[in-house]
Design a protein around this ligand. Sequence first.
Ligand SMILES: Nc1nc2c(ncn2[C@@H]2O[C@H](COP(=O)(O)OP(=O)(O)OP(=O)(O)O)[C@@H](O)[C@H]2O)c(=O)[nH]1
Ligand SMILES: [Mg+2]
Length: 363
Amino acid sequence: MSRDGRAPPLRARDLADCYNLPEPMRFIDEARVYVQAGKGGDGAIAFLREKYRPFGGPAGGDGGRGGDVVFEVNEGLSTLLDFKYKPRLIARDGEPGRGKQQYGHKGDDLIVRVPPGTLAFDEESGAMLADLVMPGERAIIAKAGAGGLGNMHFVSSTRRAPRIATPGTMGERRWVRMELRLVAEAGLVGLPNAGKSTLLRALSAARPKVAPYPFTTLKPNLGRVRVSDDESFTLADIPGLIEGAHLGHGLGIRFLRHLKRTRLLVYVLDLTGDPERDFAIVRREVAAFDPAMAARPSLIALNKLDLTEPAAAERIARDLARHSGLEAFAISAEAALGLEPLVAAIAARLAAANAPAAAACPS
Ligand SMILES: Nc1nc2c(ncn2[C@@H]2O[C@H](COP(=O)(O)OP(=O)(O)OP(=O)(O)O)[C@@H](O)[C@H]2O)c(=O)[nH]1
Ligand SMILES: [Mg+2]
């Protein structure tokens, strides 16, 4: 117990141990991979020697280009887990050129399937190599080497039988840091147990785990919320934040990365607790992660209305709205109360925020 009588905050490591999670199951949203593109095939030195053309001249073909390492977004994937097991991504080399002016075959590209929201950085320089969002979107992460030239290119009037060919060049190779950011338009933030996952379940087909203990959610979840026949938005639910999360308490604030590109935050607060205090805590943690994120358009959802006196809930909502300057809605995620006005407000805010989306995403 700490001095104020409360239990000391749990650290991520304690939690993983509590739930007996095997190492690879823990927070796989970062990975480090080695990528190596194929070397170009060497150019060939060869001379044509046929029965009736004994000095048929230089005929060494060019080497084939190597294969690129290419990341491609696959909608079916949602983690970087595969890369923990297979961190070496090596594309094929090009084949060397051959006689009779034959080109070497190009090495096959290595197409690596990655989840939507994958960012790739060159580990050494920190430069961003790719920011992949849309299904099918591709980026070359390591560029293949070019094939060498065969000796057939080096023939001239004074050099009838060149014994020169150039080697293929090496493919790019590098260590790459991959980071997964869910691509959501709106994100739910709040203390553990506030009902974020319950709300995502109530609003979308997503089925994140819900349970009456803190830190049920250990990785971000994403759902699509239907507003009308032709309107919908994606909503992310991330692990709960606690006071001092930016210092590593609880599960920390690293999951806020997944909300980096959201255009709207929904603070989910428990009406049966102290919503004013909880809001201050969560907002402080968000600001500690990124002040720009705390300044983003936001709404408040005061949850567990079914456990509260409606009049009291209304008063809390009014007060909180006045103090925070944000719209506040009293809802029950579990009993499906007050959800429509909340969804309508989220949709309206997203529509309004549509245009400056790029400005809201500094990275
Ligand atoms: N009575 C009532 N209980 C709710 C409501 N919403 C959520 N709960 C309960 O509150 C508990 C926590 O809900 P979760 O949805 O798991 O909370 P969370 O915010 O996702 O929690 P973490 O994932 O731990 O951060 C569960 O037992 C839910 O059944 C609600 O509107 N009314
Ligand atoms: Mg949850």
